[in-house]
Design a protein around this ligand. Structure first.
Ligand code: FRU
Length: 448
């Protein structure tokens, strides 16, 4: 049990994946997520949910949807929720496969009744529109110009990924067409799209599968990122800039964004499909977690991400070590390190425990930041490299949980989430740097 995390949402057993149905309803944030209660396999997907008012105290997770109907027997797949006329509504993908493994995805409307039960009301989209394959799922409800839409992940018949738009008219969901982006050949499937507006920009979030790895991009098996632009709900045109990845770590996928009163809170899945062998907790009967909730801020045509300010309530003791190159600590800490770049050509920080370590490096000349997990004994290994533009200072904030590290740089311009599995209980970490820096350590409490 030493790897169970303290301030990341997860379940004592089974497999957790995508956050679903994030919304604010009746004074509480509603957080649903995919869960297989029966084992650590991508099967039997239920929707489980918890509620919170402060992101510190959560209600005991309960099952909201189980794959017990004919139309969803192969999983209550991802979807979203909204609070409409003070009632909670969910739209999710009912997954059904026949003996030949052919999929029959249907989009189902669920309403919560007065006793809090989730009632599968009706199938609102029964078939896949012409021109697309049965990879058609993950409806996300959004509003634009006082009109209601859903956006779904899809695959064209030529096996390229895209997103499709439906509009709600008189309680019916009408197919409007494909979202017209400039990315006509960008992966073979787009999972988990989200569309929302920050300031006057529309943001399309999605998870393209099948992008070829490049030197400093797309290094995971599947990606999660966003486009910033303008969505025209009449023509379905989405004019946009370049695709940015949200997170440069090893273990991040399928984020969903909760919109409430001008706040945009992203929660992702700490995991990666088709990589179960990288997560040794499967031997203990549980696997995966959700990320810390992160506030999205639109700045310089990018989305900055920072753990939401509510999480400051987890802070306990804070110590600042001035000009030091070695610090010993336990997990459940936040570290903030400021590295002046004026007189150095590179920075190195080794997070060492027992006889294993994670190596973080920054090369000022090439601007390459590297996360190296090759010296870990258990779990996924490898390196991730990405470009970080830093002028005078490199600023690093690191949340260290029992088996998850979330690291963000330059005030949230760059973010990286990854797992690690120390081989003995309660290891002492030594943070060893090649330069003397000012480092602040904060003890973090558990969520409850
Ligand atoms: C993404 C995903 C979704 C699907 C869900 C099933 O991780 O594959 O496309 O709805 O997981 O659990």
């Amino acid at each position: 049990m030493q790897w169970h995390n303290k301030f990341h949402l997860e379940m004592p057993k089974g497999l957790v994946n995508d956050p679903n149905g994030l919304c604010y309803h009746q004074g509480k944030y509603q957080i649903f997520f995919q869960w297989n209660p029966f084992g650590c396999e991508h099967k039997h997907k239920h929707w489980t949910y918890t509620q919170t008012t402060d992101f510190i105290n959560y209600t005991k997770p309960q099952i909201a949807l189980a794959p017990v109907d004919k139309f969803d027997k192969d999983g209550c797949y991802s979807g979203s929720a909204r609070s409409k006329n003070n009632k909670l509504e969910i739209i999710y993908t009912a997954n059904l496969k026949d003996e030949q493994n052919i999929r029959y995805p249907r989009q189902v409307l669920v309403k919560q009744d007065d006793d809090g039960e989730f009632i599968k009301e009706k199938i609102i989209i029964d078939t896949v529109p012409e021109g697309y394959t049965t990879h058609f799922r993950d409806p996300y409800i959004f509003a634009k110009n006082n009109r209601s839409f859903i956006i779904l992940g899809a695959q064209r018949e030529n096996l390229t990924g895209c997103a499709l738009i439906y509009e709600e008219i008189d309680e019916n969901w009408i197919f409007r067409g494909e979202l017209k982006t400039q990315l006509t050949d960008f992966g073979y499937m787009w999972e988990c799209p989200n569309l929302f507006t920050i300031d006057d920009k529309d943001i399309l979030v999605f998870c393209p599968q099948g992008l070829k790895a490049q030197k400093y991009q797309y290094q995971n098996l599947y990606q999660a990122g966003y486009l910033i632009g303008q969505f025209n709900p009449d023509t379905l045109e989405f004019t946009h800039g370049e695709f940015h990845e949200f997170d440069m770590g090893f273990d991040f996928y399928a984020p969903q964004v909760l919109v409430h009163e001008n706040r945009h809170i992203l929660i992702g899945w700490v995991g990666m499909p088709d990589k179960l062998q990288d997560y040794p907790t499967i031997n203990d009967g549980w696997v995966h977690s959700l990320t810390l909730p992160r506030e999205l801020i639109l700045k310089n045509d990018k989305l900055y991400q920072r753990p939401i300010s509510e999480l400051n309530k987890l802070n306990q003791n804070t110590t600042t070590k001035i000009n030091t190159d070695k610090i010993s600590l336990f997990a459940n800490k936040k570290l903030e390190i400021s590295i002046p770049l004026k007189d150095i050509s590179s920075w190195q920080g080794k997070l060492k425990f027992n006889d294993e370590y994670i190596l973080l490096t920054y090369d000022k000349n090439t601007s390459v930041f590297t996360i190296d997990r090759n010296q870990l004994k258990l779990g996924g290994k490898g390196i991730r490299q990405f470009l970080v533009k830093a002028q005078d200072e490199l600023n690093l904030s690191v949340y260290i949980d029992n088996s998850i590290i979330e690291l963000y740089l330059q005030d949230g311009e760059y973010y990286a989430t990854f797992c690690y599995y120390p081989t003995n209980d309660n290891p002492v970490f030594d943070l060893i740097q090649n330069t003397n820096n000012c480092t602040t350590l904060t003890d973090l409490n558990s969520i409850s």
